[in-house]
Design a protein around this ligand. Structure first.
Ligand code: IMP
Ligand code: MG
Length: 216
C-alpha cells in the first residue's frame, strides 16, 4: 500500500477532520462542520496536477493543443492544470444543461455555450472534473468529433470506478474516487462547496431530499 493510500485509509477510519487533512485556513469555515470526511487533501490534489501538467507538456510538445472544459465544475482544475503546462496551448469552454430534474444523468445534454475556437485539425484535450456515468461526456465527445479535430483525448481529475456500458478511453486520470457523492475543488452540492480546495464527503444530514444536485 502506498503512503498516500494508507494516509487516506487512516483518515477515513478516523472519520475526523484534522489540521492535516483539512486545509488549515478552512478549519474555522462554516462549511467545515458539513464535511464528514476529507478524501483528498489540497496538497495531494496540487501534487497530482503538477504531475499531470508535466506529462501533458511532454506528450503535446509541438502540437499546440486546445484544452476544452465543461463549465462550471471544471473551472478550478482547468485553472490549476494550465499553470502546470509549460508548452503553448489554447483554452476554451463549453456550457451545457442536463435534461431531467434528478441527480441521475440521462446522457442528453443541451449546449448553452459553444466553443469560440475552431477545433478542426487541432489536437483537443477534453478536460473534465469528474466522470461518473460518463453519459454526458460521451454525448459531448460525439459532438466534438463531428468537428474533425486532429486528435481528441480525455483528461479527468477524478474518475469513479463505475462499470460503464461503453468504452471510454481516458488518457489522463488524476485520482480514482470511491462511488460516493463528493464536493469541493469545483464540485458542488446545490451550488455550494465549489470553493473548497480539497475533496470531501458531506454528512448525511446535509443532503436532504429537497435539495438534490442537478447542475453540471
Ligand atoms: P456523468 O459522468 O454523465 O454521470 O456526469 C458527470 C457530471 O456530474 C460531472 O461533470 C459533475 O458535474 C457531476 N457529478 C458527478 N459526480 C459528482 C459528485 O460526486 N459530486 C458533484 N458533482 C458530481
Ligand atoms: Mg453539480
Amino acid at each position: 500500500m502506498t503512503n498516500r493510500a494508507s494516509t487516506l485509509r487512516l483518515k477515513s477510519s478516523a472519520g475526523l477532520l484534522s489540521e492535516d487533512s483539512l486545509s488549515a485556513r478552512f478549519l474555522d469555515s462554516p462549511m467545515a462542520e458539513d464535511i464528514a470526511e476529507v478524501l483528498i487533501t489540497e496538497q495531494e490534489i496540487q501534487a497530482r496536477i503538477a504531475e499531470l501538467g508535466a506529462q501533458i507538456s511532454a506528450d503535446y510538445r509541438d502540437k499546440d493543443p486546445v484544452l476544452v472544459g465543461v463549465l462550471r465544475g471544471v473551472f478550478m482544475f482547468m485553472a490549476d492544470l494550465v499553470r502546470q503546462i509549460t508548452i503553448p496551448i489554447s483554452v476554451d469552454f463549453i456550457g451545457i444543461t442536463r435534461y431531467g430534474p434528478s441527480t441521475r444523468t440521462h446522457g442528453v445534454v443541451r449546449f448553452v455555450k459553444d466553443l469560440e475556437i475552431s477545433i478542426e485539425n487541432r489536437h483537443v484535450l477534453f478536460v473534465e472534473d469528474v466522470i461518473d456515468t460518463g453519459l454526458s461526456l460521451r454525448y459531448i465527445l460525439h459532438s466534438l468529433e463531428t468537428r474533425q479535430p486532429a486528435s481528441l483525448r480525455i483528461c479527468t481529475l477524478f474518475n469513479k470506478p463505475r462499470i460503464r456500458l461503453f468504452n471510454l478511453d481516458v488518457a489522463y486520470t488524476g485520482f480514482v474516487l470511491p462511488d460516493k457523492f463528493v464536493v469541493g475543488y469545483g464540485l458542488d452540492y446545490d451550488e455550494r462547496y465549489r470553493n473548497l480546495p480539497f475533496v470531501g464527503v458531506l454528512h448525511d444530514s446535509v443532503i436532504t431530499q429537497q435539495r438534490l444536485p442537478t447542475h453540471p
